[in-house]
Design a protein around this ligand. Structure first.
Ligand code: F6P
Length: 562
């Protein structure tokens, strides 16, 4: 199937009809299923590169999984995946290839990937080499600021995919960050963000990376201008910047680099294109952390760490491309999400890392999944035929346990949840004799057990509970989870986790027939903000042109301003 043939309506397939019939007779019973089938855990635990993925606590039987795999076949997932990997323009509304998987192909991969007449492999390797060389110069101290001081703080200015991936990965890989280097991230156009992030910084040792695929994003360009002004002001205050345009230009050249697909706009901003790293329109913003958008990360963890990161992605890409669907972890997890959303009525999906370093992973996944699959029309413009993108959310355990887990355990809504943990912590601290990380992971294991198997009224009574509070202490169980476990949170393992969710997102999008790679839904608000801006600074005509509610709100704001 190519982008010219139109999507297959999943709801019209025989697999979908059979799944509906199957669902209507299925009574989820994880206790019973495990009792009847002691091998269930082993059978449904699959290996994805370094990730052990236990699917056994999901609300599926072998028949459910077989039907879901059939659904994947009937919607043409294999062809669609092939179309993606080979650079067909499956991003139909923007007429673009979708080739984030090319970003992590190893040097020398064969056969060469040539798309739209371009040797994609050569382009990727050339830009990576440039980024690595730059990262080495910063890390070694060869790259200096205006006073000859080495860089100690990198400030990444970007938003959306130009921020969420880099900040998430930097936080996740903190143990790999070179001593003496720190990366800060500015994203919000709320001036508080920039003001707080530059607080305490020495301008002579600060390097800004302006990261923007389009180099046209209001937030990023505004913050970049604020940062440039801060640099000039602080260097002048320190007595190390002459009052001349040449000196200011030279300061920008030494303290600003850029990452973008629009190198002409980079030059217009005043950043020397020699200090800019490029990528291509076939890399979606939310799929770009493994491109040069990750320059801040490459500086922090070094080229070797970044190569390891890319190798992790690639290992998962290989698995997806070569593993039969019945054993293909991202395919199965994507299909399970379809099962929960379309057949069992789930509206949300929790991702719960039991690894503090992954504390930004759920936020990262929100853009990846929801900007990709939050669509109401299919890629040929026709309405979708079923529910699409669920709300992804989460917080690290055990913090979440003391906040929202109550609703997952005993609420009325079905919330499938992914539990992610690593066996070896970066900080193996002990509390007296106790291994604190082991205690932490006891919670990881306990939560999925409680969610799956619950606690019956008889079990509650057997604990001597007063009859009137027995109902409040019953846990229904049958609350689905997937457990993902790796040895350690290495750059490679992080790459594997990201790639896993990229492919899950893709699989869901294919079943729903949507273009998971455009994001028109963010445009209207951006446009209206520009139209409203004059009213917010007091233009009476612009204010009068607003609808009554917006006019009233802006008037209140103007009255409140001191
Ligand atoms: O929010 C819309 C969006 O286009 C995202 O897809 C993207 O990651 C973000 O804005 C930032 O865009 P850019 O990297 O072009 O500044």
């Amino acid at each position: 199937m190519t982008s010219s043939t139109g999507p297959i309506d999943a709801t019209a397939t025989s697999a979908w009809q059979d799944l509906s019939a199957h669902e209507s007779t299925l009574t989820p019973d994880l206790r019973g299923w495990f009792e009847a089938d002691p091998a269930r855990a082993q059978r449904l635990t699959l290996q994805l590169a370094d990730l052990h993925v236990d699917l056994s606590k999901n609300l599926v039987t072998d028949e459910t999984l077989a039907l879901l795999v059939r659904l994947a076949d009937e919607v043409g997932l294999a062809d669609r995946l092939q179309a993606q990997l080979t650079g067909e323009h499956i991003n139909v509304t923007e007429d673009r290839a979708v080739l984030h998987t090319a970003l992590r192909r190893p040097a020398g991969a064969e056969p060469r990937l040539v798309v739209d007449g371009q040797d994609v492999d050569a382009d990727v390797q050339a830009e990576l080499a440039k980024m690595y060389a730059f990262a080495d110069r910063v890390r070694s101290g060869e790259w200096t600021g205006v006073t000859g001081e080495r860089v100690r703080t990198v400030v990444n200015i970007g938003i959306g995919g130009s921020d969420l991936g880099p900040v998430m990965a930097y936080e996740a890989l903190k143990p790999y960050v070179q001593d003496g280097l720190e990366v800060r991230f500015v994203s919000n156009i709320d001036p508080t963000d920039l003001a707080e992030k530059v607080k305490g910084l020495d301008p002579t040792t600060t390097l800004f990376i302006v990261a923007s695929k389009t180099f046209g994003t209001l937030e990023t360009l505004t913050n970049a201008r604020l940062a440039r002004e801060w640099l000039w002001t602080e260097l002048a205050a320190a007595g190390v910047l002459e009052d001349s345009d040449d000196a200011r230009t030279a300061a920008v050249a030494q303290h600003f680099v850029a990452v973008s697909t629009a190198l002409d706009k980079v030059a217009a901003f005043g950043i020397d294109p020699a200090n800019a790293f490029g990528f291509w329109d076939w890399v979606g913003g939310r799929y770009s952390v493994d491109s040069v958008i990750g320059t801040s990360l490459a500086i922090a963890i070094g080229p070797d760490g970044f190569r390891d990161f890319l190798a992790g992605f690639h290992a998962v890409d290989q698995h997806v491309a070569t593993t039969p669907f019945a054993q293909n972890v991202p395919v199965l997890m994507g299909l399970l999400n379809v099962w929960y959303v379309n057949f069992l009525g789930a509206h949300t999906h929790a991702v719960l890392p039991y690894a503090q370093y992954l504390h930004r992973f759920p936020a990262y996944l929100q853009q990846l999944t929801m900007e990709s699959n939050g669509k109401s029309v299919r890629w040929d413009g026709t309405p979708v035929t079923t529910q699409t993108g669920e709300v992804f959310w989460g917080e690290p355990g055990t913090n979440g346990q003391h906040a929202f887990y109550q609703l997952i355990h005993q609420g009325t809504r079905l919330i499938p949840a992914d539990f992610i943990a690593v066996a070896n912590p970066a900080h193996p601290l002990r509390d007296g004799d106790a291994d604190v990380h082991a205690l932490f992971l006891a919670n990881y294991f306990a939560q999925t057990k409680a969610l799956a198997f619950g606690k019956t009224a008889d079990e509650v009574r057997a604990e001597g509970t007063a009859e009137e509070i027995v109902p409040a202490r019953v846990f229904s169980g049958n609350r689905p989870t997937t457990s993902i476990l790796a040895a350690s949170l290495t750059p490679s393992v992080l790459g594997q986790l990201i790639a896993l969710y990229e492919h899950i997102t893709f699989v869901q999008g294919v079943v729903w027939g949507i273009d998971s790679f455009d994001q028109w839904g963010v445009e209207l608000g951006k446009k209206l903000a520009m139209e409203i801006a004059p009213a917010v600074v007091g233009d009476a005509d612009a204010l009068a042109a607003q609808d009554p509610s917006t006019r009233s709100l802006i008037s209140t704001y103007l009255a409140l301003r001191s």
